[in-house]
Design a protein around this ligand. Sequence first.
Ligand SMILES: NC(=O)c1ccc[n+]([C@@H]2O[C@H](COP(=O)([O-])OP(=O)(O)OC[C@H]3O[C@@H](n4cnc5c(N)ncnc54)[C@H](O)[C@@H]3O)[C@@H](O)[C@H]2O)c1
Length: 349
Amino acid sequence: MSKLPIAVIGAGLIGRTHIDCALNSPGVELAGIADPTPAAAEIARAAGVPCFPDYRSLLAQLKPRGVVVATPNVTHAQITVDCLEHGCAVLVEKPIADTLEDARRICEASRAASLPVLVGHQRRHNTIMRKAKAIVGAGALGRPVSATVLCTWLKPRDYFDVAWRRQQGGGPILINLIHDIDLMRHLYGEIEAVQALASNAVRGFEVEDTAAVLLRFRNGALGTVTVSDTAAAPWNWDLSAGEAERFPRQDINAHFYSGTEGSLTLPRLELWRYRQDQGAAQGWHDPLTVERTVVHTGDPYVEQMRHFAALIEGREEPVCSALDGLRTLEATLAVTQAAATGSQVVLTG
Ligand SMILES: NC(=O)c1ccc[n+]([C@@H]2O[C@H](COP(=O)([O-])OP(=O)(O)OC[C@H]3O[C@@H](n4cnc5c(N)ncnc54)[C@H](O)[C@@H]3O)[C@@H](O)[C@H]2O)c1
């Protein structure tokens, strides 16, 4: 079976992860890289593939079947639309774009070209999340009531040596919280209203360092999220789910989902319920049982690349479509808007 030629545009921090995945995925071959930096040229040389300073030359010369767009947020829309117009399916890093208008452009270009766009919310490909989705989807929680999520850790001082990370849009809401909002949407469905408070009191940068968020889901459930990059705390997906080796894994939970019939913690996948053999006598005086599922570990980036290849070949539907990326971005931008205005933001989507 011939391998699918995939190109990577943007060979920075996350682009290198995609390059490694493309090099190591059985159904895929890395066709080339586009990035103007000398570091990217060196990565391409080591991988034995061509490097193009201008991604348009790559598209014209290599004609890949799929492209990973791993460039800065502000460039996502133009590059993704150009790829689609060249007949390439796209895996675009999160956030799908930096504005809703640009995210809609991508949705429209994907429709016009009849080509899939996958948004790089890689946590959806984690085996833990897949099991959680199956548990919630099977109705084990009953009617969803609440979701409580913590996204609190300490970013080191030198992380902020880069100017954009101290400015609006470079903070934990758009960089990190967006992943948690995407997971909450993945499990509970659409968000219809957002309220929030944000603070820059600790670091004193233009951008927030902490935010407290209230969400109302279309299914009636309510959610709360606390996000902070200035708290010496382990309660967040990155440190608890073991997704990347660079984060020391902690055996704790960061997400708590509750319904009328049961509750689920993540990433430990503990399902809390009243014993099924106790009939109707169920309430806070009765014993709760807990069942923990231990799933096989797997690298969500590798699984995302496998899925991208299957998408291109029309064998699977996108786990995180352009529309999903748009809706997740809309809810995340609403957090910033709600915090700035002090008003509830009602989502129209
Ligand atoms: N899924 C995740 O968990 C995750 C993690 C980190 C970053 N990201 C996302 O990935 C994207 C890139 O982030 P990063 O941290 O890797 O950034 P980075 O700055 O490390 O890398 C970006 C690269 O893109 C290149 N580039 C810029 N404009 C280009 C263009 N027009 N054509 C070709 N190359 C171009 C730059 O030279 C650089 O090498 C962002 O959208 C970010 O939000 C996602």
